[in-house]
Design a protein around this ligand. Structure first.
Ligand code: NAD
Length: 263
């Protein structure tokens, strides 16, 4: 899985085709969509039009909350594949754990069947807290390949990252730039950016890379799409990493997975 991918949340279907095409031209090979984003069709069109061999691409989509449950998961997956115009995805994720519904294990058993049938190369989860991972791994056979969680310098998720390391799960950061809100103006980040002749977004994405996270920044602006993947020719030093580490506030932008149950 490429360590840097392109996320398309909040990109309308017609704009997704253009944004994904721009990302593929810029060199991204990993695209993160979801059934609930409503842009699997646009994403699929851009993939088809790109002419890039399928095996060079890494396509992720996610099962929406309302479709949790064994049979409904199998049906929802068929719909996602059809919209994407693909015969397999590289990664299929349970979007939220929904602990109040208690359906994650049945849902994941359908994921295991989808993987066994060769229609999702890897399966995983999103927004699972350590306790959700403990329960899921106790009740199912395949360790999730990935847990995609909110993660940025204001929410560094140390407990989750430790749990992932213990279980052998890759950590994927959503809203890796903190949605751009304020984080990119934080003086410590601006100072590190000036020191390296880079932008604040590049510094934050480079921090993810050096931490070992997979990151999937989103932008619809071509110059930013290019800027966000150009983070492999400089390195943050120990002092930079320490300064960013000190920015943790355990502050979420998105919902708390312990209570989020919107279907
Ligand atoms: P992000 O942290 O990627 O921030 C995106 C915003 O930051 C942009 O809309 C833009 O305003 C700004 N930005 C982007 N590049 C910039 C640059 N170079 N300079 C200045 N500003 C810049 O936030 P996101 O879109 O919330 O998250 C990224 C992806 O993560 C989503 O598109 C989606 O694929 C995924 N995601 C998953 C979940 C989940 O529940 N699994 C939830 C949210 C997002």
């Amino acid at each position: 899985m490429p360590q840097l991918g392109f996320g398309v949340w909040q990109v309308p279907d017609d704009e997704a085709e253009k944004a994904v095409a721009t990302a593929l031209e810029a060199g991204y090979r990993s695209i993160d969509t979801a059934a609930i984003y409503g842009n699997e069709e646009g994403t699929g069109k851009a993939i088809a039009a790109s002419g890039i061999p399928r095996e060079e691409l890494f396509v992720t989509t996610k099962l929406w909350n309302a479709d949790q449950g064994y049979d409904s998961t199998l049906r929802a997956f068929d719909t996602s594949l059809e919209k994407l115009g693909l015969d397999r995805v590289d990664l299929y994720l349970i979007h939220w754990p929904l602990p109040s519904k208690g359906l994650a294990t049945d849902t994941y058993k359908a994921f295991e069947k989808i993987q066994a049938d060769g229609r999702a190369t890897s399966i995983g989860v999103s927004n699972f807290l350590p306790e959700h991972l403990d329960k899921l791994t106790a009740e199912t056979s395949v360790i999730p390949a990935v847990n995609q969680i909110e993660l940025h310098p204001h929410l560094q998720q140390r407990a989750s990252r430790e749990k992932h390391a213990e279980l052998g799960i890759a950590t994927e950061a959503w809203s890796p730039l903190g949605q751009g809100k304020g984080l990119l103006e934080v003086p410590a980040i601006v100072a590190i950016a000036q020191k390296h002749g880079r932008t604040p977004a590049q510094v934050v994405l480079r921090w993810h890379v050096q931490l070992g996270n997979v990151a999937i920044p989103k932008s619809v602006t071509p110059s930013r799409i290019k800027e966000n993947i150009d983070v492999f020719s400089f390195e943050l030093d120990t002092e930079d990493l320490g300064a960013i580490s000190a920015l943790n506030e355990d502050r979420r932008i998105g919902p708390d997975p312990a209570t989020f149950d919107v279907a």
